[in-house]
Design a protein around this ligand. Structure first.
Ligand code: NAD
Ligand code: NAG
Length: 450
C-alpha cells in the first residue's frame, strides 16, 4: 500500500499560501464586482436613454409621430443623426425648380441609382439617397459614386431598407412626393450562394418600404425596379408586358416576380401608385463589376481567358443590352407620368395607378458580338473559352418589346452597343488608371492590372 506523503513540514507554509490566495481573491472579487456593478448601471442607463429617446413609435397616426419627433428631432441620440444630419437630409431632398419633385432614391450608391439621382438633381428635383453599401461587389466603387453625388449635392443616408425607424424618420424629415426604389440584391448566379440576401432586400425590404410609404400622409408615388428575368423560361420573343411571367428560372427572378405581386397588393389595399420597370441588362460607365461586359473588359485587359456560354443546343446566347442613359430617361419618364397615390392615413380612398413596363433595347446582341466590340475598343485579343450554359438561372435569349413604354412616356432607346461600350471603356480605363493601348505602340504598355 502506498503511504500518504508526509505533509507536516509543509503545513505551515501551505496555510500561509492559502491565506494569501484567499486574501487576493476576495480583493479581486470585491474589485471586479464593483466594476461589474458600475458597468451594468452604465449599460442600463444607456439602454434606457437610447430606447426612450431614439425610437419613434411606429404609429399609423401621423400626428402622434409628428409630436414625438418635434420633441426629439434635435436630440443627438435620435434615429439617423442630429440636427446637422436632418439639415443635410432636408437640403438634399428639397427641389430647386417650381413644382419639382422630392425623390427618395433607394440604392443611390448603386449603378442605376447613382445615374438617376444625378439626372433628377440636374433638372432641379430634390433627391435623397439611401443605401446600405453592402459588399456584394467592391464597396469602394459605391463610395466613389457617393463622392460623385456629394459633389452634386446629393446626400446618401447609409442605412438598410429593413430599418423601419430610420425610414419613417426620413419620411418625416423630408416629405417625399416620389420614391425611386432601386435598392435590391441583384445578380442571378449569386442567389445560389446567398439566397437569404434576396429575401431580405427584395422581399422583406420592399415590404418595409411599402409599409412606411402607405402610412405616410400624403403617400408618395413609387417607381421601382423589377427585371426582365421575370419572363423566365418563357420562350416567346420579344417579351411583352402582357406575356406570362410565372416560370422564373432563378431565385432572383422569383423575388422580382414576388415584388410585382406585392406591388399589386399595396396598390389594391392602400391606394399606392406603383410602377414596376423591367430592366433588360443595363450597362455603361460606373457599371456593375458582376456583369459580363464589365468583367470581360477586366479579364481581357489582364490577359485572362473569358468564358463564353453556348446553349445546350450550341446556339449563341443573346441579350438586349440597354445603355444606362436610355434607362435613366425611362425612369424619369415613369416618374413624370406617375399619378398621385390616392390613400391617406393608411387607408385607400380610391383606385390608384398600377403599371409595369419593359425598359430594354430592341435589338438583342449575341455575346460573341459583345466580345468582338470589346476586343476592338481595348485593342486586345480575348482568350475565349466556350462552355455549355450551366443551369444557373440565366436565360439564353432576352429581347424587349418596348411599345408600351414608348406609348405612355415616349421611351425610345437610342444608344447601340458599340457606342455605349465605347463610353463604358473610356470610363473604365480612366477610373482604374489604365494606359490605353493604341494601334501603333511606341512604348511598352506597362502594368495594366485594374
Ligand atoms: N443592372 C441591370 O442590368 C439590372 C437588370 C434588371 C434589374 N435590375 C434592378 O435594378 C436595380 C438597380 O440595379 P443596379 O444594377 O444599379 O444594382 P446595384 O447593385 O449597383 O445597386 C443596388 C444598390 O442597392 C443597395 N442595397 C441592396 N440591398 C439594400 C438594402 N437592403 N438596403 C439598402 N440598400 C441596399 C446596394 O448597396 C447597391 O448599391 C435593382 O433593383 C436591380 O435588381 C438591374
Ligand atoms: C408589342 O407589345 C404591344 C403591346 O404593348 C403589342 O400590341 C404588340 O403586338 C407587341 N409586338 C410584338 C412583336 O410582340
Amino acid at each position: 500500500m502506498p503511504t500518504p506523503p508526509d505533509t507536516s513540514k509543509t503545513l505551515k507554509l501551505e496555510r500561509y499560501n492559502s491565506y494569501l490566495r484567499k486574501f487576493h481573491s476576495t480583493k479581486l472579487i470585491n474589485a471586479s464586482s464593483k466594476l461589474l456593478f458600475r458597468a451594468t448601471l452604465l449599460v442600463a442607463l444607456l439602454l434606457i436613454l437610447f430606447f426612450t429617446i431614439s425610437y419613434p413609435p411606429l404609429s399609423d397616426n401621423p400626428h402622434h409621430r409628428l409630436h414625438r419627433h418635434s420633441l426629439l428631432s434635435t436630440s443627438l441620440f435620435s434615429v439617423g443623426g442630429g440636427a446637422a444630419w436632418e439639415k443635410q437630409v432636408r437640403r438634399s431632398s428639397t427641389p430647386r425648380r417650381p413644382n419639382g419633385f422630392s425623390v427618395l432614391v433607394t440604392g443611390a450608391a448603386g449603378f442605376v441609382g447613382s445615374h438617376c439621382s444625378l439626372a433628377l438633381k440636374k433638372r432641379g428635383d430634390g433627391v435623397l439617397g439611401l443605401d446600405n453599401f453592402n459588399d456584394y461587389y467592391d464597396p469602394s466603387l459605391k463610395r466613389a459614386r457617393q463622392n460623385l453625388l456629394k459633389k452634386h449635392e446629393v446626400f446618401i443616408v447609409e442605412g438598410d431598407l429593413n430599418d423601419a425607424p430610420l425610414l419613417s424618420k426620413l419620411f418625416y424629415v423630408a416629405p417625399f412626393t416620389h420614391v425611386l426604389h432601386l435598392a435590391a440584391q441583384a445578380g442571378v448566379r449569386y442567389a445560389m450562394q446567398n439566397p437569404q440576401s434576396y429575401i431580405r432586400s427584395n422581399i422583406a425590404g420592399f415590404v418595409n418600404l411599402l409599409e412606411i410609404a402607405k402610412a405616410t400622409n400624403p403617400q408618395p408615388a413609387i417607381v421601382w425596379a423589377s427585371s426582365s428575368s421575370v419572363y423566365g423560361l418563357n420562350s416567346e420573343n420579344p417579351f411583352s408586358e402582357i406575356d406570362r411571367t410565372d416560370k422564373p428560372a432563378s431565385l432572383y427572378a422569383a423575388t422580382k416576380k414576388a415584388g410585382e405581386e406585392i406591388a399589386h397588393t399595396y396598390n389594391h389595399i392602400y391606394g399606392l401608385s406603383l410602377t414596376g420597370l423591367r430592366f433588360f441588362t443595363v450597362y455603361g460607365p460606373w457599371g456593375r463589376p458582376d456583369m459580363a461586359y464589365f468583367f470581360f473588359t477586366r479579364d481581357i485587359l489582364q490577359g485572362k481567358s473569358i468564358e463564353i456560354y453556348k446553349t445546350h443546343d450550341q446556339k449563341e446566347v443573346a441579350r438586349d443590352f440597354t445603355y444606362i442613359d436610355d434607362v435613366v430617361k425611362g425612369c424619369l419618364g415613369a416618374l413624370d407620368t406617375a399619378e398621385k397615390s390616392t390613400g391617406s392615413g393608411g387607408k385607400k380612398k380610391g383606385p390608384a395607378q398600377l403599371r409595369v413596363y419593359n425598359l430594354g433595347n430592341t435589338s438583342p446582341v449575341p455575346v460573341g458580338r459583345l466580345v468582338s466590340i470589346l476586343e476592338g475598343l481595348l485593342n486586345t485579343k480575348a482568350k475565349k473559352h466556350v462552355i455549355t450554359m450551366p443551369r444557373n438561372g440565366d436565360v439564353p435569349f432576352t429581347h424587349a418589346n418596348v411599345t408600351l413604354a414608348h406609348k405612355d412616356f415616349g421611351y425610345k432607346p437610342t444608344t447601340d452597343l458599340a457606342s455605349g461600350l465605347r463610353k463604358f471603356v473610356k470610363w473604365y480605363v480612366g477610373y482604374y488608371g489604365i494606359q490605353p493601348r493604341t494601334k501603333k505602340e511606341t512604348q511598352p504598355t506597362g502594368d495594366e492590372s485594374g
